[in-house]
Structure formats: structure tokens, C-alpha cells
Design a protein around this ligand. Structure first.
Ligand code: NAD
Length: 336
């Protein structure tokens, strides 16, 4: 019997391409796993399930606790509520953790970037509470609760302490959103003062924070922020280290965790075999560490580090010509 059962959601667009590549790499590492395929996104609707987040998919994640997920397409405007927002809210995956690091072999404007974004994943403007007050006037409600702000702050400080990180910087706009972002700041300060005075603490208004990020990202360490800011800053930070093809992520809750890259379904390159599977492979490595398969995680990491450093099998987003599968094959070859 396999040691682990892991739910695999291929997703939409480039999702199935990168999910299959990541699955092959994880299998080749020697992981004892039974994959439990589940559907979400446009793929689920196209198969006639009629829901972007089928009840069976939620049930599978609740049962098996761990999922590896490809990106899903969320139509803009009216229609279905975002799969990702629903998944994070329904499974209480309250913390998105996104490490952003410079990689040997990937030449970018900056060297020595080593940041982690901790994003509150269940509230803020992503609560999806929108109303048309009168024709032509709509509102979107930003929700902040003391419980959720405290929970994410405590998670970030505990994470930083365990990972021997030095500093937490909160990005906020409490100068304008005095109540909601003000509460976020109050909770972060309280956790710092009362529970984690060991970690250096800093607050930056998000516009100035973004400027500092692009001036010198090596100044920043662990970034803590609410939902929308975390979404935007994640892509900005990805751009500092080589793009969306190289930034992994996890969505962590008390009872379940879903691992997925920061990038979306990339409809512009879907079906061409060009997508970089590295971000999802890296998300798989985060997943292996989470399920205490640290040796296998280190094996995969060492393999992709070698492939990147050699620079012969890079995908197009990184200046190479390798296909999704060729990159995965090169990583697998390094593990033999
Ligand atoms: P995107 O992240 O899909 O793509 C942005 C750009 O980055 C595109 O040019 C794309 O080709 C490139 N890119 C992304 N991932 C890549 C990879 N692995 N390899 C090479 N290039 C890559 O963002 P978008 O175009 O704004 O969104 C497309 C869809 O994805 C939308 O429906 C959006 O809602 C959805 N989305 C889903 C998730 C998720 O499921 N977690 C996250 C973000 C966006």
C-alpha cells in the first residue's frame, strides 16, 4: 500500500501539462504515493459536472488532507465564483505561503533575493461580497476580522521563527483604510509584541513597499499582508526572480493543505508544450517537506538546481527552447 494518498487537480490551460510533468518528477523521486485525481475549474464544467468546484473534489481534499493543484481559469465578470477563493474559504486554507528566491542559472536584475510572502487567504476584498446599490453604483466589501488577522499574523511569526528568518514586514494601506488595514496592523503588532519579540518587525505603506521591492528586494525578508495585496505582490516578486514559471506556493489550513504555483492557467501558451513546470515542481517540493519527506524534497531540489545551473534544458520563459516534458525529463535524469 502506498504511504501517501495525494489529491491531484490538473486544472485548466497549461494546468494538465505542468501537473503531469510535476507528477512524473515526484513519482521518479521514489515517493510512495497513490494519486487521487479530482476536477476543478472549466475542466469540471466541460465534463458536465456543472460546478467549477465539485463537492467530490472538496470531499477528496478533506479526506486525504493534501492536494497538488494546477491553475484553473476563472471567467472574468459575471458567472461562477472563483474556484481558488472558494477552495481557500471552504477548506479554511488561511495562509498562502510563497517563497521567492533567486535561482542559480536564472539571470535576472537582482541576486540574492530570498523572501517569503505570507498572504491572508480568506478575507479582504476577496470575500466576494458585492452589491449593486442602485443602477450604475456598485460596492465591494472589504472584510477584516480580528480572528483571521490574528491567525495569519501568528502563522507568519511562527513560520519566520521556525525558518530562522530575521524580519517581518507588513504591507498595508492603513492610512486610507483605517479600520480594515488598521485592524490587520493592530493584530500583527500585538502578536509581535506579546509572542514574538525575537523577530524584527516593520510596517510599510504598500505603495512605498513596492518601490522598495523593485529598488532592492534583498532588503526584504518575510512579507505579511492581506489577501488582495498578497495576490498582486506575489506576481511582482515573481518578476524579480525570473517570472511566474519559478515561484511556488502553498495554501495551508489546520486540516488540509493545497500546493500550487503562483501562476495562472496561461491561456496564451496552453496546449503548446511550452509551459515551465518548475513552479509546480517546486510546489511539490514544498508539499514533500510538509508531509515529512524531506529527503525526497532535497533530491528533487538538487536535481532542478543542477538543470538550471547547466542551462541546457530551460523552457522559453527562461530563455531556452526546452518543452515542458523535456525540462521534466532533464530533472528526472539528474535523480538517477
Ligand atoms: P497567468 O499567470 O496565467 O499568466 C501570466 C503570464 O505569465 C502569461 O504570459 C503566461 O504565459 C505566463 N506564464 C504563467 N505561467 C507560466 C509558466 N508556468 N510557464 C511559462 N509562462 C507562464 O495569468 P493570467 O493570464 O492573468 O490569468 C489566466 C487565468 O488564470 C485567469 O483565468 C486567472 O483567473 C487564472 N489564475 C488562476 C490561478 C490559480 O489557479 N491558482 C492563479 C492566477 C490566475
Amino acid at each position: 500500500m502506498a504511504k501517501h494518498t495525494i489529491v491531484l487537480i490538473a486544472g485548466d490551460g497549461i494546468g494538465p501539462e505542468v501537473a503531469q510533468a510535476a507528477q512524473r518528477v515526484l513519482d521518479a523521486s521514489g515517493l510512495s504515493v497513490e494519486w487521487v485525481p479530482a476536477m476543478a475549474g472549466a475542466a469540471a464544467v466541460e465534463r458536465g459536472i456543472g460546478d467549477v468546484l465539485p463537492a467530490e473534489t472538496l470531499a477528496a481534499i478533506r479526506t486525504h488532507k493534501i492536494a497538488l493543484k494546477g491553475p484553473v481559469t476563472t471567467p472574468v465578470g459575471k458567472g461562477f465564483k472563483s474556484v481558488n477563493v472558494q477552495l481557500r474559504q471552504k477548506l479554511k486554507l488561511f495562509a498562502a505561503v510563497r517563497p521567492v528566491r533567486s535561482l542559480a542559472g536564472i539571470k535576472t536584475r537582482y541576486e540574492g533575493v530570498d523572501m517569503v510572502i505570507v498572504r491572508e487567504n480568506t478575507e479582504g476584498l476577496y470575500s466576494g461580497i458585492e452589491n449593486e446599490i442602485v443602477p450604475g453604483v456598485v460596492t465591494s466589501l472589504k472584510v477584516a476580522s480580528e480572528a483571521a488577522c490574528t491567525r495569519i499574523a501568528r502563522y507568519a511569526f511562527r513560520y519566520a521563527t521556525r525558518r530562522h528568518r530575521q524580519k517581518i514586514t507588513v504591507f498595508h494601506k492603513a492610512n486610507i483604510m483605517k479600520l480594515s488595514d488598521g485592524l490587520f496592523l493592530d493584530c500583527a503588532r500585538k502578536i509581535h509584541d506579546e509572542e514574538y519579540p525575537n523577530i524584527e518587525y516593520e510596517e510599510l505603506i504598500i505603495d512605498a513597499g513596492c518601490m522598495k521591492l523593485v529598488q532592492d528586494p534583498t532588503r526584504l525578508d518575510t512579507l505579511l499582508m492581506e489577501n488582495l495585496y498578497g495576490d498582486l505582490v506575489s506576481d511582482l516578486c515573481a518578476g524579480l526572480v525570473g517570472g511566474l514559471g519559478v515561484v511556488p506556493g502553498s495554501n495551508i489550513g489546520e486540516d488540509a493543505a493545497v500546493f500550487e504555483a503562483v501562476h495562472g492557467s496561461a491561456p496564451d501558451i496552453a496546449g503548446r508544450g511550452w509551459a515551465n513546470p518548475l513552479a509546480l515542481i517546486m510546489s511539490g517540493v514544498m508539499m514533500l517537506n510538509h508531509i515529512h519527506e524531506e529527503t525526497l524534497a532535497a533530491k528533487i531540489k538538487s536535481a532542478y538546481d543542477q538543470v538550471l545551473a547547466e542551462g541546457k534544458s530551460l523552457t522559453r520563459d527562461l530563455g531556452g527552447i526546452a518543452s515542458t516534458n523535456e525540462f521534466a525529463d532533464a530533472v528526472i535524469a539528474k535523480m538517477k
